[in-house]
Design a protein. Structure first.
Lengths: 347, 445
């Protein structure tokens, strides 16, 4: 039962990263890809009807995590207090940037909100990457299952870590590059003409960087948290995950060169899923490793899960809710399918 | 009081109070927009569609503000109240996760269709998307109320060996009688806000002499809904909620009424200042025996005063609790009076030219917000000193490793951020109102 919920939460987090990932990425490339006002409006229209719904996946994934593993939620949210508060502020700024820009006529104000949107999107990508890095690297958990991390200490991994060290900065950069490519490909799918060409070029330029960073991050992860290899050694099926990751990367560059934007976007989504599943597979059944006393203090799905009855009841309504949600999102994306046009209704 | 505890309490209180300014309008407007859309379909009149579109624009701005200020609420359960989450997550995780799965997805997906899909959808499909947004926002309200109601009146749980509580009965949690009274009372309060805002904007246009056709619709819908729900707010919902408190939290009732001494035939204090040092009400204006009657339906019934309970079970701020409760009830009474007079004038066909009444409607706008806020302060202060009534003290629930300094830093951060949000919100709403319902699609990029 705990394992099932672990998979459910992992899938929801992956869905969030794939979905909100493309609008964060679209934000990060916003200023460099959109050269004219019309192009910028096109980018905003491409994500306009869906970004809010995508962000809801964060809330739904968070709510499900809270429901299934309350102690994990309590421990990690209070331990990552400061960066999470900054994430909240960035999410607010970004929401303001997107929604208020439309209500401004003065070009300076438009530029101001453009900048806010772009910078907050990029920073959020880095923060989320660093957060994942923190989870993989482990945190200084106390005997009671709580911890508090300062923003940074000496930038070294070890017992006395901060939120930022060389490893989590690296994962933050990986996330930024990955989502930049992901967002570029989404915009390429949704647009035509110059904007389509330009965003595809961004993805092409990002690709070698993405490949190198993927390899570096994998090596660094094995160095920082050697236990990640244990599950792979025991269950050879896990090696399919790196195959998926590199296969998706290969497909991406193939599809970009052939101008098959949809295929490239799907490959990028699969790459993200592969990276996240790989991390989840490596950690399982640990959900937050302790850097202090890994064997005894690490939080696992077993010592953080909610009661058995609650988890069983939850399966019923979760399945029901998920079917409904998939229905809504299929409907929503179908309604707004195709390339965006500036004429006609809002967005 | 422990300063970290105080900071965490104010942190949550401030962010949730600011947050609830927005959902109360979206939840209140949603059914009224459905009414406008229905009238548009039935009467095949474009004016109603324009009216609906205007309120959808206001709704959209509020919705965005509600979402961005709502995310911190979910986060704070973990960041600032981690010991509470560890203790109660096994129960309230149910309702909080269900809110995400059932309400947020529904609401956000269909709001996208609703706001940007009018030209792609048929009139009937667009009507359905309005209904879906209405359902989503009201479901969301229910799950949050069910969570709060469990903290007020815990049911359906079992104690476990590690000291936490876990769900034992899903249906007891969802069918908690406290939740249903509180939900009815709260949603009715939200519709009052929606109705007053709609009537107020309509009255503003009538006084201004612009958009007359739409303004009459706004005032008519606002006044009728306002009257119905102002009455429902008092009876049966307010009354039912009050009896829940009398049954399950008698010490809270005593503190709300500032009834210091247990007595048969207890009076209802209309005005007066609670004096905690001397344990009496200064300068009281009372209705004799009314409290006994309202609580137990018997004029001579015995009502427990604060003296019947040890002081460490008293809500920790009796005066603030008393004042918020009285402000809420006082304003609620005034709302009924305003809407009665307005509805009478409407019935006589004189409302649209009665400038004095239109001015009252315009000026009434902030007061439902104040009443709803005061109501929530009453509910949450009344539960003190408990975080989960009878099970966990508030002092035991906050994150022990998040220092007062860090809490203060982020509290100040939120204050600054919310000030900017508030200014932008007012600026945007003012623009929408100035442009009026005839403006074509001013939203969108």
């Amino acid at each position: 039962m705990e394992t099932l919920w672990f998979m459910i939460v992992a899938v929801m987090v992956a869905a969030y990263v794939v979905l909100d990932g493309f609008d964060l990425g679209a934000g990060a490339i916003y200023l460099s890809a959109g050269k004219t006002t019309d192009e910028r409006r096109k980018i905003l229209r491409a994500i306009g009807p869906v970004w809010d719904g995508n962000e809801v996946w964060l809330l739904a994934a968070g709510g499900t995590l809270y429901f299934a593993f309350p102690l994990l939620y309590a421990s990690s949210f209070s331990g990552f207090y400061l960066p999470l508060m900054m994430v909240l502020w960035l999410l607010m700024l970004r929401g303001i940037g997107i929604e208020l820009r439309a209500h401004m006529e003065n070009p300076v104000w438009v530029g101001f909100f453009d900048l806010i949107f772009c910078v907050s999107s990029a920073l959020l990508a880095i923060f989320f990457g660093a957060a994942l890095g923190n989870v993989v690297r482990g945190v200084p958990l106390g005997a009671d299952g709580y911890f508090f991390e300062p923003l940074w200490t000496n930038f070294r991994v070890g017992a006395d870590t901060g939120i930022l060290d060389w490893y989590t900065v690296l994962t933050g950069v990986v996330a930024l590059v990955t989502l930049t490519a992901h967002g570029s490909l989404y915009i390429a799918v949704k647009t035509d003409g110059d904007l389509n060409r330009r965003t595809r070029n961004i993805a092409m330029w990002a690709w070698p960087l993405q490949l190198i960073l993927t390899i570096v991050a994998l090596i660094a992860t094995c160095y920082v948290q050697p236990s990640v290899l244990d599950n792979y050694k025991q269950h050879a099926i896990g090696y399919l995950i790196p195959v998926l990751v590199f296969g998706s990367l290969g497909t991406m560059i193939y599809a970009i060169r052939k101008q098959k934007d949809k295929l490239a976007f799907v490959a990028s989504a699969l790459y993200i899923v592969g990276m996240l599943v790989g991390a989840a597979f490596a950690l399982y059944p640990v959900v937050l490793p302790a850097s202090t006393d890994p064997a005894h203090r690490s939080l696992t799905i077993y010592n953080t899960a909610a009661g058995r009855h609650g988890l069983t009841v939850g399966l019923t309504w979760w399945a029901f809710g998920m079917i409904l949600a998939l229905g809504y999102f299929t409907l929503l994306y179908r309604m707004f399918r195709g390339k965006v046009r500036l004429e006609g209704e809002g967005y | 009081m422990d300063s970290a505890l105080l900071v965490h309490r104010i942190h949550f209180a401030f962010t949730v109070t600011f947050h609830y300014l927005f959902p109360q309008l979206t939840m209140g407007l949603a059914p009224l927009i459905v009414v406008l859309k229905t009238l548009a379909l039935r009467r095949n009149d474009e004016t109603y569609n324009q009216a609906a579109r205007f309120w959808v624009r206001i709704f959209g701005i509020n919705f965005v503000l509600g979402v961005v200020t709502g995310i911190p609420m979910e986060f704070q359960f973990g960041t600032n109240w981690s010991h509470f989450s560890r203790f109660a997550g096994g129960v309230i995780g149910q309702t909080l996760a269900m809110e995400g799965m059932f309400a947020f997805f529904l609401e956000s997906a269909f709001l996208g269709l609703f706001l940007y899909g009018e030209k792609r959808l048929s009139a009937r499909a667009h009507w359905w998307s309005a209904v879906a947004v209405f359902l989503g926002s009201w479901l969301s309200g229910f799950f949050i109320i069910a969570t709060d109601a469990w903290m007020q009146h815990p049911v359906g749980y079992a104690n476990t060996a590690d000291g936490s509580v876990q769900l034992s009965s899903f249906w007891e949690l969802v069918l908690n009688p406290w939740a249903w009274w509180q939900y009815a009372h709260n949603m009715s309060g939200a519709v009052i806000t929606g109705a007053f805002v709609m009537a107020s904007v309509g009255a503003f246009y009538l006084l201004w002499g612009k958009f007359q056709k739409h303004a009459r619709i706004f005032v008519r819908v606002g006044v009728i809904a306002g009257l119905i729900f102002s009455v429902l707010q008092l009876f049966p919902t307010g009354d039912g909620q009050g009896r829940m408190i009398a049954e399950n939290q008698p010490v809270t009732l005593a503190a709300m009424e500032a009834l210091f001494v247990t007595q048969p035939g207890a009076p209802l204090v209309i005005l007066g200042q609670p004096n905690l040092d001397e344990r009496k009400i200064d300068n009281p204006i009372e209705v004799p025996e009314a409290l006994s009657f309202l609580t137990y339906r018997a004029w001579k019934a015995n009502v427990q005063g604060l003296d019947a309970f040890p002081q460490n079970l008293w809500p920790d701020n009796v005066a603030l609790l008393y004042y918020s409760y009285h402000i809420m009830v006082g304003l609620g009474t005034i709302f009924i009076a305003i809407m009665l007079v307005a509805a009478f004038l409407l019935w006589r066909g004189k409302l649209f030219s009665a400038r004095w009444m239109l001015w009252i409607l315009v000026l009434a706008l902030p007061f439902p917000y104040i009443a709803n806020t005061a109501g929530w302060i009453t509910a949450e202060l009344g539960r003190q000193p408990w975080l989960v009534y009878g099970l966990m003290r508030t002092a035991a629930g906050y994150s022990k490793l998040v220092s007062a300094g860090n809490g203060m830093f982020t509290l100040l951060g939120f204050m600054g951020m919310y000030m900017v949000l508030g200014i932008l919100f007012l600026f945007l709403v003012r623009r929408e109102i100035e442009q009026g319902p005839e403006a074509e699609v001013s939203t969108g990029h």
